[in-house]
Design a binder for this molecule. Structure first.
Ligand code: SF4
Ligand code: SF4
Ligand code: F3S
Length: 389
């Protein structure tokens, strides 16, 4: 299937060959696959399986439906400072329809959407960004004369899986903020109401981290099933821990050292931002370990000196006032740690469970470290050596 994105359409050769031709080295590609494997909690060796799956010349078809959104989810994938992520996304999947990126327009774009759906029925991945307005028959968002609601029903019911990217698609996000004038509704709720059985994975965030999105898609492509999800349909590898647990300012929180105002001495010294309204203590996401923009340490909201506002957490972002205090789930470290059994060898089951949890977080962090190191100078030197033989 030749996609509308001619520049990235299916051609001869594997995904790896196409990536190499676009300046992504083999080393980066294999590091990336290993990083994805480790990040989603698989043994490092599974990176080879992921690489094998995505090197298939027939790339998995992806259709992307945009409803009530700001295009930030798309832009954040494409405008990374380091180009690796955008190249990976556009080369590893066949993006057959995307309202922002379509080369064609009008009837051409509509024809490509229908053609891909017919040729790949039951096999394509549908990505949805934006919430779906349901009030007044869904008239507040139309694409090609059809409501987003009817398009979601049509495209979602024939997909292999649906990825709801961003907080708008995952739980309503900005458009659903009170008084929610358009009846903005998340994808999974529409499916529930309409009885559509296609599995949905939520990747919330405003915008979410592109690597969480790509890792989820590649997991599905490789194993033909979604990664393990939590009770809100989020992949556990990305949303299994609260931000507060992995935040570099956590020692200041524990020691009671807080910034009280933007620009005060505590703020300048990097103290905890809890008293400025940080929602890290009640937001599940891997922002402190995965970081953003491929630019290195500190590149995440709290790292730059602004409190987390809980953009990915239902009932927090766009719901709670920006600078109101959050409701910490764990007040102090001792409340996290269960006691060692007195008078017995070994540790309490709770300690083991906790240790397993930390190991899980460490695995995620290790994967994140690999992913965030892609394309760095050391690699460039190694690639040069490889080429020189
Ligand atoms: Fe825009 Fe945020 Fe909604 Fe994504 S989740 S479409 S970035 S408002
Ligand atoms: Fe970090 Fe915010 Fe927790 Fe402070 S309250 S440790 S800034 S996540
Ligand atoms: Fe969003 Fe908070 Fe992460 S604002 S990007 S969930 S640090």
């Amino acid at each position: 299937m030749k996609g509308l994105l001619d520049d990235f359409s299916d051609g001869e050769g594997s995904s790896l060959e196409r990536l190499v031709s676009r300046g992504v080295s083999r080393r980066d590609f294999l590091k990336f696959c290993t990083g994805v494997a480790v990040m989603v909690g698989l043994p490092m060796g599974m990176g080879a399986k992921i690489a094998e799956a995505v090197m298939n010349p027939k790339r998995p078809p992806v259709l992307w439906l945009s409803a009530q959104e700001c295009t930030g989810c798309t832009e954040s994938l494409l405008r990374t400072n380091h180009p690796t992520l955008e190249k990976l996304i556009l080369e590893l999947v066949s993006l057959d329809y995307h309202e922002t990126l379509n080369a064609g327009a009008g009837h051409q774009a509509e024809a490509a959407r229908v053609k891909s759906m017919q040729e790949n029925k039951g096999k394509y991945i549908l990505v949805v960004d934006g919430s779906i307005p349901v009030k007044d028959g869904g008239i507040y968002c139309k694409i090609g004369g059809k409501t987003a609601l009817s398009l979601l029903e049509e495209m979602g019911s024939q997909a292999a899986a649906v990825v709801a990217i961003g907080s708008c698609a995952s739980w309503g996000g900005v458009p659903s903020a009170a008084p929610n004038p358009t009846g903005a509704t998340p994808v999974h709720e529409i499916f529930k109401t309409k009885g559509i059985k296609t599995p949905v994975v939520n990747i919330p965030g405003c915008p979410p981290n592109g690597y969480n999105f790509l890792s989820t898609v590649l997991y599905f492509v490789t194993f033909k099933k979604l990664p393990e999800l939590d009770d809100q349909g989020r992949p556990k590898f990305a949303y299994g821990r609260i931000i507060h647990e992995n935040c570099e300012r956590r020692p200041h929180f524990d020691a009671g050292r807080f910034a009280m105002e933007f620009g005060d001495e505590g703020h300048r010294k990097g103290y905890c931002l809890y008293k400025l309204g940080c929602k890290g203590p009640e937001t599940y996401n891997n922002c402190p370990t995965l970081l953003y923009g491929d630019v290195g340490s500190g590149a995440w909201p709290v790292g730059t000196g602004h409190p987390c506002f809980g953009c990915s957490e239902k009932g927090v972002g766009f719901t709670m006032p920006l600078h109101s205090p959050s409701r910490p789930q764990y007040l102090t470290p001792p409340s996290l740690f269960t006691e060692v059994y007195p008078g017995k060898e070994g540790v309490a089951p709770g300690v083991k469970a906790l240790a397993a949890g930390f190991a899980g977080a460490a695995i995620g962090a290790a994967g994140a470290a690999v992913l965030s190191g892609l394309g760095k100078k050391d690699d460039e030197k190694e690639d040069k050596k490889d080429k020189e033989g």
